[in-house]
Every structure is written in structure tokens, then in C-alpha cells.
Design a protein around this ligand. Structure first.
Ligand code: CA
Ligand code: CA
Length: 245
């Protein structure tokens, strides 16, 4: 093989190597600053191949990359999940703990969570939560399981937009949320993060918690309402965001 042909093959291999490295970096979901650092390290590495002073650039580039990889292994990774209910429920599932209905023996009180186009915080749709609260009891919610890569300490933040048609000084319902390591099944699992009728219109609510261990590498989250007043009630939820760090 002539030297010229050998060099030509090397030149063709360089873009492939750089592409492989770029694909690997693109899969990492770290901060943009660290991404820039990786790209800078890649540039130096690429320059080391292109320049005459190969050894100096190559060693410098490799040292930078090794340092960055070591730093990234210690850097907390953040995963964010958003749902606006524009296509469907987005994997969220309805659940409840409600009393039996003396007006309809043998049946629980009426409740329903449905996707509607009549009201939204963003896009065209939201979820409408209805419950017959005349028994002065009942909690309904949507829940979702999220798989995580780590079983060690995680910080979970659940935020969402909540719509009340009217403002009221009476506490008609509590706005509740959950983040934990198991499937929420009862009202007691939930934390009340505010009252439902604090404003007429949309209002943001947030629930944060720290999970010290996550044995099954599964985080469960939920948002909903819990009855506080003996009446039928309807509220809406949109733009649920879950952040896990
Ligand atoms: Ca929406
Ligand atoms: Ca459940």
C-alpha cells in the first residue's frame, strides 16, 4: 500500500471517529456547560490528529476528556418529564379512594377523570376531575410510574397547573400530590399542597420530596383533589412536570 493511499484512509476514518464520539456525547443529558466542555475536548483531540505536534495535542486532549468523564460521573443527572395531555393521558392513570354512596346503595360515589378540549393551560386539552363530594369524603388523582437509573437518594419535584372556576374562602377541596417509591393507593399517601379555590383560574402547585432509597428503581408520582366540602365539584389539571435529580 502506498503512503498516499494509507493517508487517504486515515482521513476517511477521522469523521467516523468524531461522529461516534459525538453520538455518545449527545446521549448524555448533562448541563450545556459540560456539553460545551466535552465538545471543546473533542475539538482538541481532533486537532491533535490534524496537527503536526501530534503528541502534545493528543495527550492534552486525552487528559481533558478523562477529567471531564470523571467530573460527569460525579455530576447529579436531572430528568424532566412533561405532560400537557394533548395526545392522550400520557401514561398517567386514574385512581381513587372514595366512600360508598348511600344514595346509590352498593356503589361508590360518582367520580370521573376525563381529557377535555373545553379548557387548557397550554395546548388545547387538560384533564377534568369530577367527584360527587356530598358524602364529605373522597380523593381522586392521576398517577404515573417513572423508571430511574439509580436506587440511591433522589430529589423529586412535581409541579402542575390547577384550574378552579371560582375563588372561595371556603375550603371546598384540597389540592394534593404524591411522590414516592410505591403505587399511591389511599388518601393518606398524599400531601395536601394547597386549597382548590385559592383563585379563579389557573394556579401552579408544587410538591417536592427526597427519597433516600429507591429499591426497585421506580418513582411513583400523583396529583389530584381531596374533598373538604359536601358538594359536587369539578377542577382541571394541565402541564404536569416531574423533575428527578
Ligand atoms: Ca394541555
Ligand atoms: Ca394507585
Amino acid at each position: 500500500m502506498t503512503m498516499k493511499r494509507f493517508r487517504h484512509r486515515k482521513l476517511r476514518a477521522r469523521p467516523f471517529i468524531l461522529m461516534c464520539l459525538s453520538v455518545y456525547v449527545a446521549k448524555l443529558s448533562f448541563s450545556s456547560v459540560l456539553k460545551c466542555s466535552i465538545i471543546y475536548g473533542l475539538e482538541i483531540l481532533f486537532m491533535s490528529i490534524m496537527k503536526l505536534s501530534f503528541k502534545i495535542y493528543f495527550v492534552t486532549g486525552m487528559l481533558i476528556l478523562v477529567g471531564i468523564v470523571a467530573a460527569l460521573s460525579l455530576y447529579p443527572k436531572t430528568n424532566v418529564y412533561n405532560e400537557s395531555f394533548e395526545e392522550d393521558f400520557g401514561g398517567w392513570i386514574e385512581d381513587s379512594e372514595v366512600p360508598m354512596d348511600p344514595n346509590n346503595p352498593g356503589h361508590p360515589v360518582a367520580w370521573k377523570i376525563s381529557r377535555v378540549a373545553s379548557l387548557s393551560h397550554s395546548g388545547q386539552h387538560s384533564l377534568e376531575l369530577y367527584i360527587d363530594g356530598r358524602q364529605d369524603d373522597g380523593t381522586i388523582w392521576i398517577e404515573k410510574k417513572i423508571s430511574v437509573k439509580s436506587s440511591s437518594q433522589l430529589h423529586v419535584r412535581v409541579s402542575f397547573e390547577f384550574y378552579s372556576e371560582q375563588e372561595s374562602f371556603n375550603v371546598i377541596a384540597g389540592v394534593c400530590a404524591y411522590a414516592g417509591i410505591s403505587n399511591p393507593e389511599t388518601e393518606a399517601d398524599f400531601t395536601v399542597v394547597g386549597n382548590a379555590n385559592e383563585v379563579a383560574g389557573w394556579k401552579s402547585y408544587t410538591h417536592t420530596t427526597t427519597l433516600n432509597t429507591v429499591p426497585n428503581k421506580e418513582v411513583w408520582v400523583g396529583v389530584g383533589i381531596t374533598v373538604r366540602w359536601e358538594t359536587e365539584m369539578t377542577y382541571n389539571i394541565d402541564d404536569v412536570e416531574v423533575t428527578i435529580t
